[in-house]
Ligand binder design. Structure first.
Ligand code: NAD
Ligand code: KPL
Length: 305
């Protein structure tokens, strides 16, 4: 009998994972915020995945965090700023040796979660897949990509990677997951805040080449200083490549701001600036960028942390 995949967070990535696992015949249960959300979910009859214009409804069972069933495997699919509280809400249900897969972008939330549940194995993930909700309980699979998974404390891969393969979830076990997370953080710090400040698509940053280059130089210095030289390699080149490859897209932070949603700033630029301060590293452009972004968020009445 396969271990149940508990998925906490029925947003874009949570739905993308839950539906693919369930479609492969694996046992999945969705953890929802409260009884009202659970009732709404049950009324909808399940989660819908829209892929290449085709919709499929998967009747995945739902529950709230207060259900009594023990949890052996949990996919944590909420935003970084919700991760610690979400894990605290299910912590009493974790079985000894439980495994958590943390899908949060940026850095900082993974350590906070691990400190909350020292009895569990925490596996961090870095994903380039793209999905968005086009309605309640519906997700559109927008961008094929890859998910790297790893546990910086224990290099042994978990036994359930073959279940991801069976579900068609492209992935790779990485023994250098921290390097992957730092590299993605640096990319996001070099691109996302500028797209908000210049109110442009990623491609619009081609007009701000010098600003991007200066940020990449400071971010590379930070990565070196934090013991992540591999994450610093050719950073500017990769940032420029991503700007070109995603020129027509709005960055995730731009989308959050323009939809009046909270951003993950504290786990991206905020984390980078705190790390610089800890190392007594002067990175004036990165610090200015953070201040400009905070001002912009405050002007719009959005949380700046
Ligand atoms: P989302 O906002 O679409 O979904 C998060 C869900 O978690 C929401 O439905 C929210 O209600 C739920 N949630 C929060 N706290 C909860 C709790 N205590 N109990 C139950 N549910 C709770 O977010 P997303 O876009 O799926 O992003 C999740 C993470 O994945 C983020 O860190 C994001 O940066 C990262 N990511 C997303 C994408 C993408 O394409 N969407 C791609 C790569 C990485
Ligand atoms: O990950 C991204 C995002 O928008 O969050 C990219 C496309 C790489 C831009 O930083």
């Amino acid at each position: 009998m396969s271990t149940t995949w508990h998925v906490l967070g029925a947003g874009s990535l949570g739905t993308l994972w839950a539906t693919r696992l369930a479609r492969a015949g694996l046992p999945v249960r969705l953890i929802l915020r409260d009884p009202a959300r659970l009732r709404a979910y049950q009324a909808a009859g399940g989660l819908t995945l829209v892929e290449q214009g085709q919709s499929s409804l998967l009747a995945i069972p739902g529950e709230t965090s207060t259900s009594s069933a023990p949890i052996q495997r949990l996919l944590l699919a909420c935003k970084a700023y919700d991760a610690e509280a979400a894990v605290a809400s299910i912590a009493p249900r974790l079985e000894p040796g439980a495994e958590l897969i943390l899908l949060q972008n940026g850095l900082g939330s993974q350590d906070a979660v691990a400190a909350r549940v020292p009895q569990a194995r925490c596996i961090a993930a870095s994903s380039t897949e793209g999905a968005f909700r086009d309605g309640d309980w519906r997700v559109v699979f927008a961008g094929h990509g890859y998910t790297w998974l790893g546990d910086s404390g224990h290099p042994t891969p978990p036994i359930w990677l073959d279940e991801l393969a069976a579900s068609g979830i492209p992935h790779e076990w990485s023994t250098q997951i921290l390097t992957r997370l730092w590299r993605k953080l640096a990319l996001n710090c070099a691109i996302n805040p500028l797209t908000v400040l210049h109110d442009c698509r990623n491609g619009g940053l081609q007009q701000h080449h010098c600003e991007v280059a200066t940020l990449c130089a400071e971010l590379s210095e930070l990565l070196q200083c934090c013991g992540q030289p591999a994450a610093a390699e050719n950073l500017q080149q990769e940032v420029e490549r991503v700007i070109l490859a995603t020129a027509a897209n709005y960055s995730s932070m731009h989308q959050d701001v323009s939809n009046g949603r909270r951003t993950e700033i504290s786990y991206l630029l905020g984390y980078a600036c705190e790390a610089a301060a800890r190392h007594r590293l002067q990175l004036p452009h990165l610090q200015q960028l953070q201040q400009r972004l905070v001002n912009q968020l405050q002007q719009r009445g959005l949380p700046s942390a």
